[in-house]
Design a protein around this ligand. Structure first.
Ligand code: F6R
Length: 246
């Protein structure tokens, strides 16, 4: 695992966008696994700009999202379906037939998870996985304790994650459960870009990078992955005690 540190959020997002665009330049039909949240917004903005300038096309790419809240219909304003449409999929030339987001309102969530995992397999697996990181080290919605051999499944969100995400919901109450792509599926991605910005991510970044590899710190699994690059701004890198592994 390598880490790259950028002066600020904008530079971090621009570099991550460049890495995604480069991967699509090499393989226009690449399979991407993508996050929501605050962290990737700059990357999405930059990719949309590059698309408008004719620098990148997404027409042949396949898109999977990492997660979705359980119980939310796809047009719920806080759903990740809506987030992705507003910030990315609705602004580029993506083929709707190759956009996959877990259906949080599926009548049989377990079957939905199996269907989703099978769709990733049928697409040939993930070429480029982009991740954010939770303050507790979660990746996707794989909270501390998530088995490294887990696949797409229904998970219970930690209280701390629900608190951080509460503002998106009426009465400040985030759903208790979600569907997430599992740790093993993330690990099998050919390339992983983990993005982190801000001092509130610094301790999770340091623990993931410099602590023990442990299921209690999900992002630590990525230290075992040959092609993982951390994209950090200076604040997110500020707790690294051993310097930046380059
Ligand atoms: C969201 C996801 C989460 C976020 C993480 C960081 O799809 O998979 O793991 O990446 O919670 O969220 P932000 O970027 O909002 O700090």
């Amino acid at each position: 695992m390598r880490a790259r540190v950028f002066p600020d959020y904008e530079a971090m997002g621009a570099a991550a966008a460049d890495a995604v665009a480069r991967a699509l330049g090499e393989d226009p039909s690449a399979v991407l696994l993508l996050p929501t949240g605050t962290t990737p917004l700059g990357m999405y903005r930059r990719l949309v700009d590059m698309h408008r300038l004719g620098e990148v096309s997404f027409l042949r790419a396949t898109f999977f999202n990492l997660d979705e809240y359980l119980g939310l219909v796809p047009d719920h304003p806080a759903s990740y379906h809506v987030y992705m449409k507003e910030h990315f999929y609705g602004l580029i030339d993506a083929d709707p037939a190759r956009i996959f987001v877990p259906d949080g309102a599926a009548p049989d969530p377990e079957a939905e998870c199996e269907r989703y995992e099978a769709a990733i397999r049928e697409a040939g697996g993930v070429d480029v996985c982009v991740l954010g990181i939770g303050r507790n080290g979660h990746i996707g919605f794989n909270e501390p304790g998530a088995p490294f051999d887990s696949r797409t499944r229904v998970v219970t969100l930690s209280e701390s994650t629900r608190l951080v995400n509460a503002a998106d919901f009426e009465a400040n109450r985030a759903p208790e459960q979600a569907i997430t792509v599992g740790m093993a599926t993330i690990f099998e991605s050919n390339e992983v870009l983990l993005l982190a910005s801000g001092t509130n991510k610094a301790s999770a970044v340091a623990a993931a990078l410099e602590g023990d590899v442990s299921e209690s710190m999900p992002a630590s699994m990525l230290t075992l992955h040959q092609r993982t690059v951390l994209f950090l701004d200076e604040d997110a890198a500020s707790d690294l005690g051993h310097g930046v592994p380059g």
